[in-house]
Design a protein around this ligand. Structure first.
Ligand code: FAD
Length: 416
């Protein structure tokens, strides 16, 4: 294509534009969208940015000069309102029409809100963009407040850890019987929860929110659980997951279903339209070929590179002229207090785990197997395990549970 238009200037959109130029793409690259002041890293927003350890200057995904220097037309502050697939154009909020040869949807996700009375009271917020984080940081800057975090997912637990570190009184309310039930093995999730409790965070499991209550000025003052129990709150952060932003794709009659559905080269049901990052639902060899959606920096960045290769017509050397399919090993991280969690692979489908190291001291790894094959490793403060696990998963190297169970087993020896 002579012109690539990218919708959404988040992690996936910015990396797609950057990867196109890095591969020598000569055509026009237009990157549309983004929140002020410009494309930003989201991971610090629940971690170091809230605590003040990461300054605002380190939040930008690329320095402001980058886009002009790389000849990328960044139309920040505008949005795409519709796609005309027949004419190969997108229409922007400002009225501008931009033609495309290839279109990349990188529209990300939006936070789910709580479907209960009082969800829009002052002091109740979700956390996705820099503006949300700035607001929360301002509210946490001062004397101890009572914070209720709804949802014990990664963002909820990270906000809880950050706020607790700043001296606030924190309660986490989770509807399920376990924290991070979808994302982590029970052993790892329990270890994180016990750290929160040891630091003085109240973690309430199996508790649903019935309503949020406010004062005369519509400022939240308490959270009511199903069953009637009330918890006082000055602030409520809702971290109950996200929904892929598929509005444009749906309106353009592309195949959609919990994300924009793509093939192994990240093409949608229209061969001139691709989708990458949090909004894309793709077939993963790490999930037995099933279509999945991942919400991670790794996935956004690696999918961006995969699409850039496809758009540059870079073959993978097997002679059919097609670029390489997307097979990158998923990885993820989270930071809570002094625990740095890293996950290599997808561990959800495991049928056996072996734990190596010392859970109590907070340096251990959980090796996850399915039918005797390694599918992922969760580790805390063992970065070498994480790095080696990623390599083993990428090369499909076999590692049996029995090997890992041997006394004195150390992945580092295996890598030598
Ligand atoms: P986004 O970054 O959401 O970007 C999508 C952009 O598209 C948005 O700016 C949106 O406004 C824009 N857009 C949508 N529709 C339109 C339209 N019609 N026109 C123009 N623009 C549009 N991941 C990790 O791996 N590790 C972490 O520790 C981690 N921590 C996180 C902490 C927080 C608080 C959050 C919110 C996320 C975190 N993530 C983390 C997830 C990670 O940030 C996301 O997976 C990543 O940002 C996805 O990139 P994306 O480009 O697909 O989506």
């Amino acid at each position: 294509p002579h012109a690539v238009v990218i919708v959404g200037a988040g992690q996936a959109g910015v990396e797609t534009a950057a990867a196109l130029r890095a591969r020598g793409f000569q055509g026009r690259v237009t990157l549309i969208g983004g929140e002020p002041p410009g494309p930003c890293h989201r991971p610090p927003l629940s971690k170091g940015y809230l605590t003040g350890d990461v300054p605002a200057a380190d939040i930008a995904l690329r320095p402001a000069e980058f886009f002009a220097a790389q000849d990328i037309d960044l139309l920040a502050g505008d949005r795409v309102v519709s796609i005309d697939r027949e004419r190969h154009t997108v229409t922007l909020d400002s009225g501008l029409r931009v033609p495309y040869g290839a279109l990349v949807l990188a529209t990300g996700c939006r936070p789910r809100t709580l479907p209960v009375p009082g969800a829009s009271l002052d002091g109740v917020s979700t956390l996705r963009g820099l503006a949300d984080a700035e607001d929360l940081r301002r509210r946490l800057d001062g004397p101890p407040r009572r914070l209720v975090v709804v949802g014990a997912g990664f963002i909820g637990l990270e906000v809880a850890a950050s706020a607790r570190g700043l001296g606030h009184e924190v309660t986490v309310v989770e509807a399920q019987a376990r924290a991070l039930a979808r994302a982590l093995t029970p052993g790892m999730a329990d270890r994180l929860v016990s750290e929160h409790r040891a630091r003085g965070v109240r973690v309430l499991l199996n508790q649903e929110i019935a309503a949020l209550h406010g004062d005369d000025e519509d400022r939240v003052h308490s959270v009511e659980l199903n069953g009637g129990r009330r918890i006082d709150a000055d602030l409520v952060v809702v971290g109950v997951g996200v929904l892929p932003d598929t509005a444009l794709a749906t309106a353009a009659e592309l195949l959609v279903g919990d994300g924009v559905v793509v093939d192994e080269r990240l093409r949608t049901s229209d061969p001139d339209v691709y989708a990458v990052g949090d909004c894309a639902r793709f077939p993963s060899p790490h999930a037995g070929g099933r279509h999945i959606r991942l919400e991670s920096v790794q996935n956004a960045t690696d999918q961006a590179k995969c699409v850039a290769a496809a758009l540059c017509g870079d073959g993978d050397g097997d002679g059919d002229g097609e670029s390489a399919p997307y097979t990158a090993v998923p990885w993820f991280w989270s930071e809570q207090y002094a625990l740095r969690l890293q996950i290599a692979g997808l561990t959800a489908d495991h049928d056996e785990t072996v734990t190596v190291g010392d859970r109590d001291s907070g340096r251990f790894s959980v090796f996850c197997f399915r039918e005797g094959r390694l599918i992922g490793v969760e580790s805390v403060n063992r970065p070498a395990d994480h790095g080696i696990a990623r390599r083993l998963l990428a090369t499909g190297t076999d590692l049996s549970p029995d090997t890992v169970r041997q006394p004195g087993f150390d992945l580092k020896n295996l890598a030598r």
